[in-house]
Design a binder for this molecule. Structure first.
Ligand code: C5P
Length: 225
């Protein structure tokens, strides 16, 4: 078999958190490091794919190989993803903020003596995976991630259908696992065909294994597990 089975395939990968502005100096975010998404982008690139990595704000270096596009908010990430369609595959690894402050306030919210604590309303962000999974230019292969702290498999199976994905890579991000922000990961690959449990691995190994699955899909049209 070719060492570059994904040569000629364009693959979009999202990674990292999004930052949702509260005011010009504050934002709402989450603990995603970008490690898993960046590792997947790099692994696909090593198998010959033309990878476009669309990433939120992270502290780790951009991988060598993929073309990287930097964004901050979920809305920017969605626009960047849609601008890259059509593509052969899309792997949405980013921990997109589900909600954003309704008002981004043009001015810094000031603390004033004697005044009550400010409050702000949240509104829903667009769901990038769901948009891509149901897009008129839907890639042939759409993969999502599901970070859960409970009912991992049930939630992942529901997500497959709702988001229009071919695979959901499910991981338990309960605090004691140390996965969110850490270097190791333990995942289950969920498809319509079933659930496959992978051993605990480094995020780079999870990435390499997933990249080989993507290659299997394109070379042999294998999707079952
Ligand atoms: O629904 P939930 O956030 O758990 O779904 C996780 C999956 O959906 C991940 O693949 C994530 O990248 C994607 N997602 C997205 N846009 C959102 C929320 C989640 O692409 N607004």
């Amino acid at each position: 078999p070719s060492a570059q089975p994904l040569r000629g395939k364009k693959i979009i990968v999202t990674s990292g958190p999004t930052h949702e502005p509260i005011d010009p100096v504050r934002y709402l975010a989450n603990r995603s490091s970008g490690r898993q998404g960046h590792a997947i982008a790099e692994a696909l690139s090593k198998l010959g794919a033309d990878v476009v990595l669309i990433r939120g704000p992270v502290a780790i270096p951009d991988p060598v190989g993929p073309k990287t596009i930097q964004v901050e908010t979920a809305r920017q990430m969605l626009a960047a993803v849609e601008a890259q369609l059509p593509s052969d595959a899309a792997i949405m690894v980013a921990a997109v903020a589900d909600w954003r402050p309704e008002s981004e306030g043009g001015e810094k919210i000031k603390k004033k003596v004697g005044e009550s604590t400010p409050s702000f309303a949240l509104i829903e962000n667009p769901d990038i995976l769901r948009t891509v999974g149901h897009h008129r230019q839907r890639p042939a292969l759409v993969i999502g991630f599901a970070a859960e702290t409970q009912n991992l498999i049930d939630n992942a199976q529901a997500k497959l259908a709702r988001k229009g994905a071919d695979f959901i890579v499910a991981n338990d991000v309960s605090t004691e696992t140390g996965i969110m922000g850490g270097t190791r990961n333990q995942v289950r690959l969920v498809s319509k065909a079933g659930v496959e449990e992978w051993p605990e691995l480094d995020k780079t190994q999870v990435a390499e294994r997933l990249a080989r699955r993507v290659a299997d899909f394109f070379v042999n049209e294998i999707i079952e597990i």
